[in-house]
Design a protein around this ligand. Structure first.
Ligand code: GDP
Ligand code: IMO
Ligand code: MG
Length: 427
């Protein structure tokens, strides 16, 4: 399949790093199309674990050109640190390309992200405080600074001065913070510019040409459908479009260039940050999921909230995400539970919902309607073929597939690339 989009079908951390890395073995290009270093994508290779936040997960293969597309927001300091981390660990990141149209995360974006969250108090989103929201805000207000501006120092300084002037007013007058000095930021960023220059390119043209040449491109989504600014649980979302639509606008290709959209779902649900979560478990089962699944954020180290699989939300993610097939991740984490539950609907004020409700408030005050399935209660981490899964695990997977209304093509039973097998697709 020449062009595959990999997206999270939940609230992020589904295992996009692992699966992108797996698919990248046979790819030519892996491209990130939205988000920034709010993402934390883990890849485990033998004894080595890499947590990548900006550079696409295909970077470890010499056959792959990693690309950061125009839809991303890029903190150059973090990008350079990530390149150094890879180089120090024996991986050559020098092939990667950076879109000249990507927007830059500036120091005042990070500051604004943090103080705005504090200001929101109990209404806060629980952002990663990496400046993502404020950087996209400037992009859409048409006052953002793009990678290409770094290479025209006069324009860069003009734009920066205007942006800092406004940011300082907000920071000092509303949030009682110290102002930033535009000239200091200019020196810092023009220093980064020189170090990044060889990577900056017309990545839209490059990706388009790669597809035209019949080569293989993986679009590596960050976050997940339920964190999408348009289709997620707004306002508890990120400021970009992780859905497959984002892969088009975020790289500059058309819908007909995409062959398949692989959605990733854990066999349960996790969420980091605030916002509604109908199947959240605040009991010892939820605690066990955190423990067994190692559910602590890759970026911020925060404990992730956990709960049973929610097929209403999953079906919704399949629909608005344009997902053509699913990978079921972390199935091994459910091995300890004698009874497994899947939410098949929500009950709120006497009304049953089987489609994701358009009114946000329903997600807060609903009771999930559960279907119970028998657990398999044996270790499945060594299973490498569909036929070798215990019968109860196969039943569980088939039920998820039925409820999601899309085939599950891949099953993951451990962090290692090898702990994955395909499930035969229906005829
Ligand atoms: P991403 O943001 O979607 O790339 O996901 P993260 O890397 O933030 O979180 C997924 C975590 O689960 C990582 O620690 C992975 O190493 C781990 N992981 C991925 N697949 C599996 C699996 O099938 N089983 C287990 N136990 N862990 C997995
Ligand atoms: P990956 O790519 C999980 C969440 C934050 C917060 C909300 C907004 O690793 O799956 P932001 O900093 O983006 O403004 O925060 O989105 N969030 C993620 N949650 N995985 C991620 O990325 C996330 N990126 C952002 O916790 O609730
Ligand atoms: Mg993650």
């Amino acid at each position: 399949m020449p062009a595959t989009v990999v997206i999270g079908a939940q609230w992020g951390d589904e295992g996009k790093g692992k699966i992108t890395n797996l698919l990248a073995q046979e790819a030519d290009v892996v491209v990130r199309y939205q988000g920034g270093n709010n993402a934390g994508h883990t890849i485990v290779i033998g004894e080595n674990t890499f947590a990548l936040s900006l550079i696409p997960s295909g970077v470890i293969y010499p056959n792959v050109t990693p690309v950061i597309g125009n839809g991303c927001v890029v903190d150059p300091k973090v990008l350079l640190a990530e390149m150094k981390m890879l180089a120090d660990r024996g991986i050559d990141p020098s092939r990667f390309k950076l879109s000249s149209n990507a927007h830059l995360i500036m120091p005042y974006h990070r500051k604004l992200d943090a103080v705005k969250e504090r200001y929101l108090g109990r209404m806060q989103i629980g952002t990663t405080k990496r400046g993502i929201g404020p950087a996209y805000l400037d992009k859409y207000a048409r006052v953002g600074i793009r990678v290409q501006d770094l290479y025209d120092p006069r324009i860069f300084r003009d734009k920066l001065e205007a942006a800092v002037k406004e940011a300082n007013k907000i920071l000092t007058k509303i949030y009682n913070q110290l102002p930033f000095e535009a000239s200091e930021i200019a020196e810092e960023y023009l220093g980064y510019a020189a170090r990044l220059e060889e990577h900056v390119d017309d990545t839209a043209l490059f990706v388009w040409q790669t597809i035209r040449d019949g080569k293989t491109v993986i679009f590596e989504g960050a976050q997940g459908v339920l964190l999408d600014v348009d289709h997620g649980t707004y306002p508890f979302v990120t400021s970009s479009n992780p859905t497959s639509g984002g892969a088009l606008t975020g790289t500059g290709i058309g819908p007909r260039d995409i062959d398949r959209v692989l959605g990733l779902t854990k066999a349960y649900v996790s969420r980091v940050g605030t916002g509604p979560f109908p199947t959240e478990l605040s009991d010892e089962v939820g605690e066990a999921m955190v423990r067994i699944g190692g559910e602590y954020g890759t970026v911020t180290g925060r404990r992730r909230r956990c709960g049973w699989l929610d097929s209403v939300a999953l079906r919704y993610a399949v629909r608005v995400g344009g997902i053509t097939e699913l990978a079921l991740m972390k199935l091994d984490v459910l091995s300890e539970f004698p009874t497994l539950r899947i939410a098949t609907g929500y009950l709120s004020d006497g009304i049953e919902y089987h489609e994701f409700p358009r009114q946000h408030r329903v997600l807060y005050n609903c009771e999930p309607i559960y279907e119970d399935l028998k657990g398999w209660t044996t270790d499945i981490t060594a299973v490498r073929a569909w036929e070798d899964l215990p019968a109860d695990a196969r039943t569980y997977v088939e039920r998820v597939e039925e409820l999601a209304r899309v085939p599950i093509s891949m099953i993951s039973v451990g962090p290692q690339r090898s702990a994955t097998f395909t499930k035969r697709l229906p005829e």
